[in-house]
Design a protein around this ligand. Sequence first.
Ligand SMILES: [Mg+2]
Length: 464
Amino acid sequence: MTARILIVDDVPANARLLEAKLSAEYYQVASARDGFEALAAARNWQPDLILLDVMMPGMDGFECCRKLKEDPATLHIPVVMVTALGEAAERVAGLDAGADDFLSKPVEYATLMSRVRSLVRLKRLLDEWRARGETVRALGLAADRLPPPSVAGSRVMVVDDWDAEAEAIRAALGQDGIVVLRARDRAEAMALSAAMPLDLILLSLGLAEEDPLALASGLRAADVTHDVPLLLVGDVGERERLHRGFDLGANDWLLLPIDPQELRVRARNQIRRKLYQDRLRADLGEAIELAVIDPLTGLYNRRYLMRHLRSMMDQDPPPHLSLMLIDVDFFKAVNDAHGHAAGDRALRVVAETLRSNIRAFDTLARYGGEEFVVIMPGAGQEQAGMAAERLREAVASMPTPLVDPAGDGALSLTVSIGVAVSGLDADSADGLLAAADAALYAAKRSGRNRVELARESWPVAPIA
Ligand SMILES: [Mg+2]
């Protein structure tokens, strides 16, 4: 995922090292040498994440963080404090200053990348949440008055057979009003997660009677816990297993002995992400829904899409995003051969297939007729191309009898998709749609059931 990261460090060599590592992962990186430069860069460049050194002359990291969190132009940007190893006092001070996360020096590569990925994802959800509220307000509708979700009252399951550790976790998270439920083994974990919705799972790698990694992958596979963030708890000697757990889908990890401050930060970030994700997927209020939702498919309608896309593209600096224009192939033939009721059913199934194959912060809308649009914040050409290919494949392999569930009218549908990328193909909402449309034409002309990128379809003139 493309993202802008601002590195703040008074020692140029430190900044360069982080810069090299992050650039290698295709992040856009800028650096600032002190707190004053950092404040200016944060305001003007609008990074998605700030890595902030604590020890700096003039203005230290705490003061800089406090100023960032006071300024309405920068308060939504996640800040990671880079502290000296094991300085619990610095963490507390950082929390007080409003920091979102911590990294210890020297910065370890795998840890850096997992924190960055996790926070950039949280930022995207937050941005989308804010943007949808703006769009609804701009449409003159009752605004989304819901306050940002609070972690108080959320449910965390701790899978740990060690009483003292489980108790320490319960005490730490209890301070934030989080309800902690305990499971001692796989059977209890499965029973508990089936019994009630969870917002976070903490899994100890020290389980004596279980293979914790097998349990981690089991939780990832189960329907009820598939989307629940998973935090692993292990000691330094288990670093290899922590990393493997990460490959299996864990979202973050925590090293023993548990630092209550660090636990609270990690838990809070994961829970907030989950809550935003749930809200973005949840329904809007009824009155708003009527005005912005397409009644047939339940997706956003064209009116909402255009307003949303325009307000996103009007941001300064313009955001990174990709747009897909998706058209159902030979749809007229479905209506002609099977009637409009069958056509409507087919559109609903296609819509649902698209919906279940995009990210929570992507926007999916019915653009008109049998056309759909997906906006993918943060996605560059390659990522958007791959996502489009995944959607094309998902629709082509839909197993559902689309026409008449009772009869013999099983029907397979395909879609053609045009992809356009902001900055690369166009700089405005209308330009992006036009570029995606040209790419869609190219996909149709070269046989349908295809994905075409706008950039590559330029030589093909649209059919007049
Ligand atoms: Mg320093």
